[in-house]
Design a binder for this molecule. Structure first.
Ligand SMILES: Nc1ncnc2c1ncn2[C@@H]1O[C@H](COP(=O)(O)OP(=O)(O)OP(=O)(O)O)[C@@H](O)[C@H]1O
Ligand SMILES: [Mg+2]
Length: 498
C-alpha cells in the first residue's frame, strides 16, 4: 500500500496528561483523510507532531515510507508537509502576497523581488480561483479569504501533504463551499489531505477514509462510505448522542421584558436595531457572516461605543458604556473570538472562570480560595471540561475545551441575561448536546438568552423566536412555529421571505 504518512506507536504526554497513547495508523497517498474525535481527543497534538511542532514524543512518523522527525515547522514545510492552522495567523499590515511568501520572499541580491513575488502569488491565487489581489492589504480580508491565503501558502511550498485543522469553523457557508472545492481539486492533483473537523457533514462529503481518536487512543480507521453517521458518533463519544438541537423541556417564555433595545445605531456598522428579550426566552440572531450580529452584541454589552439608541434593562433605562456596566446590570457576553477575548493566558481554569465575579469569592477582602475552587469545579463538571481540572492552565486546553471554560466564566457571573455568540463553534457533537441542555436549564431557571448562531438547525431547534439581520439591519422577526432553514436563509440573503 502506498502511504504518504504513517504514524507508528506515537505517544505524547504533557505534565499530567497523556495526549496521545500509542497511536498507529496510516494515510494513503492522494486521499482525503479525516481525523475526528471529541474535544481534547488529541487531534491537534497529532498534527503538531507531524508538522514539527513538538520534537519530543515517542514513536515513529514516516513520510513516504521513510522515518522523519521534523524539529520545527520549517523542516516540515521543506519536506512538502504544510498545515493550515485552527487559528489562523497572518500579519495584518502586510499585503496578501507578502503573507503568502512570509519568510521565503524571492530575492534579487539583498532585496526582495516584489515583482516576482506578486506574479507568483497571482498564479497561485488564480489556481485557487480567489478574487484576492496579491498587492492588496490584509485589512478587511474575511476569515474565508484568510483560509485561502493559508492554502495558497501551502501550495507555494509545493506541499505534498496539506493538513487542515478545523478550517471551516469560522467560515460562512459560501466560503466553506469554496474551500471544499479547493480540497477536491488539490486531491485531483495528487495532494494528500489530512483534515480535522467537527462538522460531520463535511467529513462525509469530503473524505475517503476517517480515523477516530478517543481520549488520545486510536479507535480505528474506516472507509467513510462504510461507516454510518450514528456509528461514527458512537465510536467518537462512546455513547449515543442526538445531533439534533431540540427543546426537551417545556418552553417558559414569560410576558416580562428583561431587555429592550431601541434605535441602536453605529454608522457604518448597524442601524436602527430594535428588539426585545423576554424572561425565560431564547432569542436567536440569524444572518450571514458579516451581517454585523457580533457588532450589535458588543454594543449592547458596552464593549464598543454606541452612537445612538436606547437600552432598557428590567424596565430601567441603562447607560451601558463598558462591560462593567453590563455586568452590574446582569448582562453577560460569551464572545465569538475566544482566543483574544475569552480568557487570560497563563491563568488556570479556576482563575479564568472566576475572573468576572471575583467579588463573590471575597471574604473580608481576601479571595476565598475554596469557594472559588468549588465554583470552578461546578462548571467544569457541568460542561464536561476535559481535563476536569481547575488548576490546569486554560491555554493548554484543546480548542473546544477553552471554549467551554469561557462559557463557564460567564455562567458563573450569574448574569440573568446571557448573550452567546456562536457558542458551539469548534466544540464536538457531545459537547454541543450538553450545551443545548444547559441553555434549556438556564431558561428554566428564569434566565434569558440571546443566541447568535450561524448554524440554522441550532436556531430552529432551540429558539422561541429569532430575528434575522442582513447588512447591519434587522430584516425580519420569525416565531418558533414559522422557522425553517429556507425562510431564515431567504431573509438573511435577500432580506425578504422569498
Ligand atoms: N501545551 C500543552 N500542555 C499541556 N497539555 C496540553 C497541551 N496541549 C494539549 N494538551 C492536552 O492534550 C490533550 C489533547 O489536546 P488537543 O489539542 O490535541 O485536542 P483536540 O483533539 O485538537 O481537541 P479540539 O477538538 O478541542 O481542538 C488535551 O487534554 C489538552 O489539554
Ligand atoms: Mg484541536
Amino acid at each position: 500500500m502506498d502511504f504518504a504518512i504513517e504514524f507508528q506507536h506515537v505517544t505524547k504526554t504533557f505534565p499530567g496528561v497523556v495526549a496521545l497513547d500509542d497511536v498507529s495508523f496510516a494515510v494513503r497517498r492522494g486521499e482525503v483523510h479525516a481525523l475526528v474525535g471529541e474535544n481534547g481527543a488529541g487531534k491537534s497534538t497529532l498534527l503538531n507532531i507531524l508538522h514539527g511542532g513538538y520534537s519530543e514524543y515517542a514513536g515513529t512518523v514516516k513520510l513516504n515510507g521513510t522515518p522523519v522527525q521534523f524539529r520545527n515547522p520549517h523542516d516540515a514545510i521543506h519536506a512538502g508537509v504544510s498545515k493550515v492552522h485552527q487559528e489562523i495567523s497572518l500579519v495584518p499590515n502586510l499585503t496578501v502576497a507578502q503573507n503568502i511568501f512570509l519568510g521565503y520572499e524571492p530575492r534579487m541580491g539583498p532585496l526582495v523581488d516584489f515583482h516576482k513575488m506578486n506574479r507568483d502569488a497571482e498564479n497561485i491565487l488564480k489556481r485557487l480561483r480567489s478574487p484576492l489581489r496579491p498587492d492588496g492589504l490584509m485589512v478587511g480580508v474575511s476569515a474565508g479569504e484568510m483560509q485561502m491565503i493559508s492554502v495558497a501558502k501551502a501550495l507555494f511550498h509545493d506541499a505534498q501533504v496539506i493538513s487542515l485543522d478545523e478550517p471551516t469553523s469560522s467560515l460562512s457557508s459560501a466560503e466553506t463551499d469554496a474551500l471544499m472545492s479547493i480540497v477536491r481539486e488539490l486531491k485531483e492533483h495528487g495532494i494528500t489531505i489530512f483534515y480535522v473537523s467537527h462538522r460531520l457533514d463535511e467529513v462525509f462529503d469530503l473524505s475517503d477514509r476517517v480515523t477516530i481518536l478517543r481520549d488520545g487512543k486510536l479507535v480505528g480507521s474506516y472507509e467513510t462510505s462504510e461507516i454510518s453517521r450514528a456509528e461514527l458518533i458512537r465510536k467518537m463519544v462512546g455513547r449515543d448522542v442526538s445531533t439534533f438541537a431540540t427543546r426537551k423541556q417545556p418552553r417558559r417564555v414569560q410576558p416580562e421584558v428583561v431587555l429592550e433595545v431601541e434605535d441602536l445605531s453605529s454608522p457604518g456598522l448597524f442601524e436602527d436595531i430594535r428588539f426585545s428579550l423576554h424572561k425565560g426566552e431564547i432569542l436567536g440572531f440569524a444572518g450571514l457572516v458579516g451581517a454585523k450580529r457580533t457588532d450589535v452584541m458588543r454594543a449592547v454589552f458596552g464593549a464598543d461605543p454606541v452612537v445612538s439608541g436606547k437600552v432598557t434593562v428590567h424596565g430601567k433605562v441603562a447607560r451601558i458604556t463598558s462591560p462593567m456596566d453590563a455586568l452590574e446590570r446582569g448582562i453577560g457576553l460569551v464572545p465569538e473570538n475566544r482566543k483574544t477575548e475569552g480568557f487570560v493566558r497563563y491563568l488556570t481554569n479556576e482563575a479564568n472562570i472566576s475572573l468576572t465575579c471575583l467579588r463573590r469569592f471575597q471574604r473580608l477582602g481576601f479571595v476565598d480560595r475554596s469557594l472559588r475552587r468549588s465554583n470552578a469545579d461546578t462548571y467544569i463538571q457541568r460542561l464536561n471540561v476535559n481535563p476536569p481540572r481547575s488548576d490546569f492552565p486554560t491555554e493548554n486546553m484543546s480548542g473546544g475545551n477553552q471554549q467551554k471554560v469561557v462559557v463557564a466564566k460567564w455562567l458563573s457571573t450569574q448574569a440573568d441575561i446571557l448573550i452567546l455568540d456562536e457558542p458551539t463553534k469548534g466544540i464536538d457533537v457531545g459537547a454541543k448536546a450538553e450545551m443545548y441542555a444547559l441553555l434549556e436549564d438556564l431558561v428554566a431557571a428564569g434566565k434569558s438568552i440571546i443566541l447568535v448562531s450561524s448554524e440554522l438547525p441550532e436556531l430552529i431547534g432551540l429558539c422561541d423566536r429569532a430575528v434575522v439581520m442582513k447588512e447591519g439591519r434587522i430584516v425580519a422577526e420569525v416565531s418558533a412555529d414559522e422557522m425553517s432553514e429556507e425562510l431564515l436563509l431567504n431573509y438573511a440573503m435577500e432580506g425578504v421571505a422569498s
